[in-house]
Design a protein around this ligand. Sequence first.
Ligand code: HEM
Length: 355
Amino acid sequence: MSVFEQGRIRTGDNGLANTKAEKLLWLIPAAAAMAYPFLLDAFHLAVSPASGETSAARLVIAALCLLAATAAPLLGLACAWRLTKAAPSSFELRARRLAYLSIAAPPLFVLTGVGLGLLHIPVSDKPVWIMIWLAASLYVLFSSEQERPAKSAAIAPSIAKWRVTHGIAAAVILLYVAFHLTNHLLGLLGPEVHAAVMKAGRTVYRSSVIEPILVALMLFQVAVGVRLAWRWSTLPADAYRVFQIGSGVYLAAFIVTHLNSALVSARAVHHIDTNWDWASGAPTGLIHDAWSIRLVPHYALGVFFVLAHLVSGLRGVLIAHGVAAAIANRIWATGLAAGGLVAIAIMSGLCGARI
Ligand code: HEM
């Protein structure tokens, strides 16, 4: 019976959990993160043939590459779940956290590219990217396998307090996110409609009172979220909890990357108006630009995970208020499906589709 079938790491009599080969297996999420930029390159090659003619075979290859790149974070989710265990060794805990981190590969790769540009470091982002994940893998690989004392499953009062604060801040942030995503959905009606709605929205969220509060609230939510994820990652968790933590990790990386791109790089440093043209990578567009293609999984999963993370929170609140788990789970699954459809619709508009 393989390690995966068990779904848990075998614990030998001596407490040592893994042979070298098995330890390497748990670094698959890091390997997937390292491969991520090359899947995007393969997509770009497939959609920009030298002859200019795109054959059906090329389109299929392109679609498979983009799908694989967008699905790569799911590998991290699956491994994080498989690594859930009551008393993990340092190796197992670090491997689990690395799996969670790998879920955020799409925004982290955007941040690597933008960051190197802002710091005027004239090197390609791929070797830097690979070195980061290699260093993280070595940090995991060379960690002790001694079992750590099991953490009490009871949540410390401080964590319970942060959870409530996190929930309240989420309700406020939801107001902006609901407007923001509706604004991008309207991109399907054309850039003029998108611009008109954004102009109206800016009178509120760009005001000198609201904008600092919005940005501070977003960063506060990220900090509290990371604190909660760090704590929860030490405890055994069911698939719903692992999904909640994983989508939270993605959002933490997405929000920091997105704010850096919009407020620091575009507005403050390059004095670019962060309008539809900026978001859609005009004039080349997101699909045909070798750099901007990384924004497709980044944005698509950003939309999906923000809605899915909110629905995961709602599921927890419903169950805590006595709603049957079966009903709460159905609402959760419907919310995820709706989040996926909204993400596909927004991305179709950003990539040129119109209704
Ligand atoms: C398809 C996905 C998304 C796209 C294309 C997008 C695009 C944009 C654009 C164009 C701006 C500049 C707005 C302006 O100048 O008025 C912006 C700002 C911002 N976005 Fe997004 N966004 C996306 C998803 C998200 C998500 C999921 C969140 C939250 C979790 C988010 C949070 C923000 C925040 C906080 C700002 C700064 C607002 C400001 O201070 O001007 N975005 N985004």
